[in-house]
Design a protein around this ligand. Structure first.
Ligand code: NI
Length: 229
């Protein structure tokens, strides 16, 4: 049901892109613009935690975006396939979780390209946008990225204390329409906090989207080497 509401809202956004004078629904639904938010998860997959997260997101019909670490994919291929099959966006977070600003061009291509190739071999063709570890970006990284660079706007620092209520509370007190929330699907506490925040935000009328859907809804055409947060 909630996904249907969100689809309707996305459809309405698209209507605004139509030429002026195009008829909008007469029942007033066009005025209902739900706040959008994108949940993103870095550093996984981790067998148990990511599976629990996918179960919880499926139950709530919430799509998210996963920036995966290449060296964690082996043995977790089924989780990557689940992400694809269940409507999530998949991106790369390098192969070994390294600071890309410290890499030579060949090492950058290895860290990012190898992870993209591995993902493509599991899911089929895809763009696999990049989130550089620690958010470290410079001119070379922008030039080499071969896709958009995705940062974040809300960071509950879920790695710090693993306190589910504090993490969820941080999200709820900071989130605004259009935010990208940074979390990590390698901690069970982060999974619990994310699902707790989803329940509260859905009750407030928030609509969850992938990063790609968020940009699309805002009429932004993603460019290679550009930063989005
Ligand atoms: Ni990371």
């Amino acid at each position: 049901m909630k996904r249907k509401v969100c689809s309707l809202i996305l459809a309405i956004f698209l209507l605004f892109l139509l030429p002026e004078g195009t008829a909008l629904p007469a029942d007033g639904t066009a005025e209902v613009v739900a706040p959008l938010v994108a949940l993103t998860f870095d550093d996984g997959p981790r067998t148990d935690a990511t599976a629990r997260l996918l179960d919880g997101l499926a139950l709530r019909e919430v799509p998210a975006t996963f920036f995966v670490v290449g060296n964690r994919i082996a043995g977790n291929e089924a989780l990557i396939r689940r992400m694809r099959d269940e409507g999530h966006q998949i991106g790369v977070h390098t192969f070994d979780h390294v600071e890309v600003t410290k890499l030579s061009r060949p090492d950058f291509d290895l860290q990012v390209g190898k992870t993209r190739a591995l993902l493509a071999s599991i899911t089929g063709e895809g763009e696999f946008w990049l989130r550089p570890p620690y958010g470290k970006i410079d001119g070379s990284v922008r030039q080499w990225a071969d896709g958009p660079l995705i940062l974040w706007s809300v960071d509950p620092e879920d790695w710090k204390d693993h306190d589910v209520n504090r993490i969820a509370g941080h999200i709820l007190s900071h989130v605004q329409d259009g935010d990208i929330i940074l979390m990590h699907d390698i901690f069970n506490s982060s999974v619990d906090a994310a699902l707790q925040a989803v329940d509260a935000l859905q009750a407030q009328g928030y609509c969850f989207v992938t990063v790609e859907q968020l940009l699309q809804a805002r009429g932004i055409v993603p460019q290679a080497g550009e930063l989005y947060r």
